[in-house]
Design a protein around this ligand. Sequence first.
Ligand code: ADP
Length: 493
Amino acid sequence: MTARMKVLHVGAEVFPLVKTGGLADVLGALPQALIGQGADVRLLLPGLPAIADAVLHQRNVCQIGPCFGAARVTLRLGQMPYSQVPVYVIDAPLLYRRPGSPYQASDGSEWPDNVQRFALLGWVGAQLAAGALDPAWQPEVLHAHDWHAAMACAYVAAHPPANVATVFTVHNLAYQGLFPSGDFSLLGLSSRFMASTGLEYHQQLSFMKAGLKFADRITTVSPTYAREIATHEFGFGLDGVIRGRGGDVSGVLNGVDGAVWDPSNDAGIATRYSAAELGGKLRCKAALQAELGLTVRADAPLFGVVSRLTSQKGLDLVLGALPALLKRGGQLALQGAGDPALEVAFVAAAKANPGEVAVRIGYDEAFAHRLIAGSDAILVPSRFEPCGLTQLYGLRYGTVPVVRRVGGLADTVIDAGDDALASERATGFAFDAATAAALEGAMQRAIAAYAQPARWHRLMLRGMAQDFSWGGAAWQYVALYAELVGLRGSRPA
Ligand code: ADP
């Protein structure tokens, strides 16, 4: 790596300030890990209230003036609280200073001006890459995350600065940033960009395609998902575009932020514990059962879920497998929010099975720690899963994952097989078909293993010994950046 390679990460959410899913966890942890590898990393974020109000030591870098419908846009530079990662914040009150989700109004509809809100994010990224906004710092690599930041790749392609490479990471191909084609006129790009070779997607405007078409390299958050998105089944209509990029697409598995997720150093759980001292986990289980009104039984296999409630996550399969779980003396604890029909169905299941099923609707970071620490197993039956983080948290917390064998779940959980003597490498249970019966089969195998304490104990310890720290992922990104910067450097002027 060249000394202090400069990398700008552009994204819409960051833990712990704004989080709707795993993207925030990545943007909260990866920059620090890259800095740990010697890179000079900065973040670029929209000035959502929770970001604009929390970033430390802000100073104005540039007055941008009116653009994308905002009367006043100012670029500020400050530091992330906790990590001290330098962060540019786009202060555009008209576009960003509003309560609630970064993407949706309180009624669940997309913010009507999302095309401008996220075009601005990409445009500012490209301007920073061009050296037009901050004369003191110009990145060599612009790394954009998901559709919210993807337009940065198109704006860079429109006026390519010398010696800047772009990387686009797909965290979830299902969310594509589609807008009416008429909105293209708001972007300030020449009409050649509104073609099937550019942002046009079935007579609509696709921000996701800006990343897929114009980034120098594309990554996704696991090797298996990188292969899957090139197929019709997982490509959400963009598999042809992905196949067209051939070897430019690769997968880098996400890590776990060990400063946030570590049972031996987690102040929020009932009792801290480690692989060497597992007694605390039993106390966490009893505390969770008590907190949720579940029957406090050490011998009941307690399955946990922490998830967005969407069809992606396959939680309807959990509802289907629930009777069999209860018949075998198991318990279910779920924390989630999302699809109203799923919320209603889980609340009804809890009502029908007091003491054995507990459901908390809503988003609660602190409770997610208590739930994962206190459960025996964590269920992740996703229909598709770019990486998945909760199974990784489960592994760290000795909470054995039961997962569908897709995407990052397939890359991170080693199935225990049917027989008790199965592979000494096993860390959990995996199933193939997206059916309640297949999930039920995996849960039954988990319950059978749970009934053999020595076997279960070995599964827990093997999971806890896995290394999913960010260092390995950061090293792979640094190697990718170095390759791109090297290619740029060798290009004739
Ligand atoms: P996705 O990004 O598709 O939602 P991931 O597994 O990659 O799925 O990341 C989800 C992140 O959001 C994890 O950190 C998980 O703990 C967290 N999370 C999801 N739902 C909730 C919830 N209801 N309460 C607290 N944390 C949640």
